[in-house]
Design a protein around this ligand. Structure first.
Ligand code: PLP
Length: 392
């Protein structure tokens, strides 16, 4: 094993070293850093709720009334009435029997999979699933079979192949909206397979919640199969503009998680201000304002993706507000991201290990709060840069 300095030098040499950027303003359509103003095209604040007055007010009021910290984990004395109200609201929103909060999406996926599955069980996982699902699978100790991205035939082949020697329980797990490609999991097909093979289906809807479906209930609402998802995970950090995550599931599942999920048990619960902002976000998403914001976001997506694909750029099959622009290798990707910054446009370049080698991309994300003129101008700048060979 190389020492720490050698590892950093190796990352530098491959254009693979990552750095933190210090942002000096809210995650709005425009941000400030380094003394300059930029069009922000890489935030997951899709509906513009992260700086919405109703969330800010709810958060301030709860902080004044209940303080800044919950004081303990849920099982000790940190299970506040705000958490319980939020869980009831979530179960109602998702149409599930029960819901359980986690401190982040990462904590949810690792905790859920670790708690519910073990060495006798088998997990079928999409190759492009989020890192937190991969880590949860590892923690569970279950055997994991990875299937080709969104490939129902490949998944069915694996299910069929395993059938004769089945032991334990089976789980199919997938992102609802894939975080780096912006495409949708084929939920109706996954539901059919999970029913045919007596498996459970877990969907991580970090990027679909709040955005997809007429009521913002996510990818499953979009496909009309909300009641078919056994383990329905979602987060508050993206479209819902706050922080934290949840699982909507049966009461038996959430009761077991309270007893077994280590990331739930051994961690201080969400602060009152965050739980209150989450409640306000749910209410907004489930209102005419939410529907209006979703329509705006979809209109922005059409403008932006339409112009880029008309210019012949490869958008990796995006169907949502996540619009990746394929740039293949690390060096041109980082050059393009730097050139865009010079033009006042902030889009992050994505490299391995976040995406497979040879599929580096600029990952643009849209917000309902963007100005359509800004989005079109940014698309034109991207097209000019990539066409001029500035990035290839
Ligand atoms: C962002 C994300 C997570 C992690 O959620 P956090 O609340 O940010 O920890 C999990 N799954 C997917 C698909 C995500 O995109």
């Amino acid at each position: 094993m190389k020492n720490i300095q050698q590892q950093l030098a190796a990352l530098d040499a491959q254009q693979m070293r990552r750095f933190l950027r210090e942002i000096e303003s809210a995650s709005g359509p425009r941000v400030q850093f380094g003394g300059r103003d930029y069009l922000l095209l890489c935030s997951n604040n899709y509906l513009g709720l992260a700086d919405h007055p109703q969330l800010i007010e709810a958060s301030c009021r709860a902080t004044r009334d209940f303080g800044t910290g919950s004081g303990a984990s849920r099982l000790v004395c940190g299970s506040l009435s705000l958490h319980h109200r939020l869980e009831e609201a979530l179960a109602h929103f998702k149409g599930s029997e029960s819901a359980l909060l986690f401190n982040s999406g990462y904590a949810a996926n690792t905790g859920i999979l670790q708690a519910l599955y073990g060495p006798d069980d088998l997990i079928f996982s999409d190759v492009l699933n989020h890192a937190s699902i991969i880590d949860g699978c590892r923690l569970s100790g279950a055997r994991v079979l990875v299937y080709a991205h969104n490939n129902l035939a490949a998944l069915e082949e694996l299910l069929e192949q395993e059938k004769p020697r089945r032991r334990g329980r089976w789980l199919i797990v997938s992102d609802g909206v894939f975080s780096m490609d912006g495409d949708l999991a084929p939920l109706p097909g996954l539901v059919a397979l999970k029913e045919r093979y007596d498996a459970w289906l877990m969907i991580d809807d970090a990027h679909g919640g709040g955005v997809l479906g007429a009521g913002g209930r996510g990818t499953a609402e979009h496909f009309g199969c909300l009641d078919k998802i056994d383990l329905h995970m979602g987060t508050f950090g993206k479209a819902l503009g706050s922080y934290g995550a949840y699982l909507a599931a049966s009461r038996a599942v959430t009761d077991l998680l309270i007893n077994r999920a280590r990331s739930f048990i051994y961690s201080t619960s969400l602060p009152p201000g965050v739980a209150a902002a989450n409640l306000a976000a749910l209410k907004l998403v489930d209102s005419p304002t939410g529907a209006h914001l979703r329509a705006q976001l979809e209109s922005h997506r059409r403008l932006f993706a339409g112009r880029l694909s008309a210019a012949g750029l490869n958008l990796c099959g995006s169907q949502t507000q996540i619009v990746p622009i394929l740039t293949v290798n690390p060096e041109p990707t980082m050059q393009a991201a730097a050139a865009l910054l010079d033009h006042g446009i902030f889009i992050s370049g994505i490299r391995p290990p976040t995406v497979p080698s040879g599929t580096c991309r600029l990952r643009a994300t849209l917000m309902a709060s963007h100005d359509p003129q800004d989005i079109l101008a940014a698309a034109d700048t991207i097209i000019a840069l990539l066409a001029s060979g500035g990035a290839r």
